[in-house]
Design a protein around this ligand. Structure first.
Ligand code: KIV
Length: 283
């Protein structure tokens, strides 16, 4: 196979990745990777690296705003992040996460929030969390032409109801998740995000639906995988969830650079002559 064929999908594309391309990849059995992004630099770096889909996750609550759960982040806080990611990308499909409380109330509330993310944020799709009660929300968005991804399994916005970060879909609960997946597909969802579900259950769901499944803590049987970038790049301090693979140690890289800067400033070796303007210089 040529380099062109083995390169990640979005590196091969000139135009924007669109929903039908994700469906075609599923049909071809071609796996893809998704990352979160919350600002322009990470968005453009990840796009250049061949990530076809970026999620502006409500995990911004933890990873941007310093909360200890996703519940706190608001629509007004998320919108500028979505706008930055959409503006910084040319090829990646940008999905905006609808924050807690901005869509559960009714399909109409969901529609109004999603419209803000599409119009003001420049998102290409939205994601909502939940169970069978969210089917009317999905139908409402799809009828309005808004692509929607349904997030099932462990849904962090319901962490208090679920009793914390717990694996979902174990034992008899697997059938509930299978039925839910089929219900979301019938309602028109373009994809499913499956979080913290046993690998064999996620594989069964992936085979049961024709829309792409994106796993996080759901084994290798999904069509795609997503990770939170600060987790996989090693920027976050402390213990990582078991399902995260760390690909870099950004915390050390940044700490070393900041320390070297401190040392240079304290010792007087920065700024040097090459960083300093002279009044004889031409404009
Ligand atoms: O908000 C988020 O980061 C998510 C993860 C599950 C990827 O939804």
């Amino acid at each position: 196979m040529s380099d062109q064929n083995t390169a990640p999908y979005s590196s091969r594309r000139l135009g924007r990745v669109r929903i039908p391309h994700l469906h075609e990849m599923k049909a071809r059995g071609e796996k893809w990777a998704m990352l979160t992004a919350y600002d322009m630099y990470t968005a453009s770096v990840f796009e250049s690296a061949g990530i076809p889909v970026l999620l502006v996750g409500d995990s911004a609550a933890n990873n941007v705003f310093g909360h200890d759960s996703t519940l706190a982040v608001t629509v007004d806080e998320m919108l500028p992040l979505v706008r930055a990611v959409s503006r910084a990308t040319e090829r990646a499909l940008v999905i905006a996460d609808l924050p807690f409380g901005s869509y559960q109330g009714s399909p109409e509330q969901c529609f109004e929030t999603a419209v803000r993310f599409m119009k003001e944020g420049g998102a290409h799709a939205v994601k909502i969390e939940g169970g069978i009660e969210m089917v009317p929300q999905v139908e409402k968005l799809v009828a309005a032409g808004i692509p929607v991804m349904a997030h099932i399994g462990f849904t962090p916005q319901a962490e208090h109801q679920l009793g914390g970060y717990r694996i979902q879909g174990k034992g008899a609960d697997a059938q509930r998740l299978l039925d839910l997946s089929v219900a979301f597909e019938r309602a028109g969802a373009f994809g499913l995000l499956i979080e913290m579900v046993p690998g064999d259950v996620a594989s069964r769901i992936t085979k049961a639906v024709s829309i792409p499944t994106v796993g996080i803590g759901a084994g290798c049987g999904c069509d795609a995988q997503v990770l939170v970038w600060q987790d996989m790049m090693g920027l976050r301090a402390g213990q990582l969830p078991r399902f995260v693979k760390q690909y870099a140690d950004m915390r050390s890289v940044m700490t070393d650079a900041a320390r070297a800067f401190v040392d240079d400033v304290v010792s007087g070796s920065f700024p040097g002559p090459e960083h300093t303007f002279q009044d004889t210089e031409r404009q």
